[in-house]
Design a protein around this ligand. Sequence first.
Ligand code: EPZ
Length: 430
Amino acid sequence: MEQYAIKGGNPLVGEVEIGGAKNAALPIIAASVMTDETVYIDNVPDVRDTNVLLKSMQDLGVMVSRQNRHRYTVNAANIHSLIVDDDNIRKIRASYYLIGALLGKYKKAEVALPGGCNIGSRGIDQHLKGFRALGAEVEIKHGLIRASAEKLVGSHIYMDIVSVGATINVMMAATLAEGTTIIENAAKEPHVVDLANFLNSMGANIKGAGTDVIRIKGVQKLHGTDYAIIPDQIEAGTFMFAAAITKGDVTVKNVIPKHLESISAKLLEIGCEVEESDDAVRVVSSKPLRHTHVKTLPYPGFPTDMQPQIAVALALSQGTSIVTESIFDNRFKYVDELTRMGANIKVEGNTAIIDGVAKYTGAGIAAPDLRAGAALVMACLAAEGYSTVEEIQYIERGYEDFCMKLQSLGAQIEKVNSEREFQKFKLKIG
Ligand code: EPZ
């Protein structure tokens, strides 16, 4: 199996281009089936999750053509099946966005229950509640979610918890419902706003995305569009923390600095310099890192998808830090791996108490999930000596050209397939 071979110790220095946001691309790709006209989507990240979703849509009869690595045309005029059930789609969380999209357009959908990163129990009750409020019958049978309706009618829906997925799914279905839907306690993440902008560019009438009340006036049909996905907030944040962790100087380019404010604020707090310009942010880490406390929260709070990355930085800072995970109930699985590299972290429930150490030492570790995997790679890049990271397929679900981008910043990292290749890497690096 492929793994990363890493020799730590080089500060990451340079500029890195940030790609399109995975978590915006997934709902936007799914929503492109909601019109019979052709949709052009630009800035689609070339990562496993988006590729799996596009492939599953092709299996339904959707015409997908790739104009270049990041630009697709999608035409769903000839869909011949409303059942989405294959081995791959079960592995990605975003498969369930096809329920909102197909239910909205065809008033019927059957989609395999979602998989995705194992970061805790990930309920879908708020999605189902939202579909039912719009008048759909929903049942879960034989591993499939089945939703159908004679017609969808707008409704006033209060989300019991702030959920990105449920807000997105209900917004899609409500776009083609009769009358007005109001989603209260909606998620405000940039990708929720991006989907609303995409749907509006197709003729939808959605207001308030980015606030906690979204109003959707149903329209009868949607038309084609040409739309570019926003830059990936979490990919950018990951490289920003890579600068902090490796004592480097990294500029993330093609970003929306506003989306990175909670991340920049924490970097400043722990002693990094952060310079913002129109579409770039530079992070310089030249002083010893300071400890801090952080709690993950829905946007605009500090993102749960950046929790492992900040913990890897704090474990190298002076003093004791507390990291509280308030979104998912099992997102500290990387701590055991980091402990093997010398970190001093105690997890109690949803809190990690971190006593900073002076350095990590390289080790053979495995990525437990996407973001934790990326964070562990950064720990290896800062560590003394050699490391290997297994299970890199998790990382490649969500980071395009991760290894190459790190190499371009001066990281000593390569993909290897065997112990022999690892030894060759060691000989080459010296
Ligand atoms: C999205 O997951 C992202 N995934 C996640 O990114 C991200 O961590 C998460 O939002 C939070 O920002 C995609 O966009 C594909 P939620 P999602 O619904 O939609 C509970 C990554 O690394 N909940 O906001 O699944 C749920 O269990 C991934 O890129 C219910 O109880 O997240 C969780 O505790 C990982 N019932 C919390 O709400 C529901 O019906 C937030 O989940 C829905 C959610």
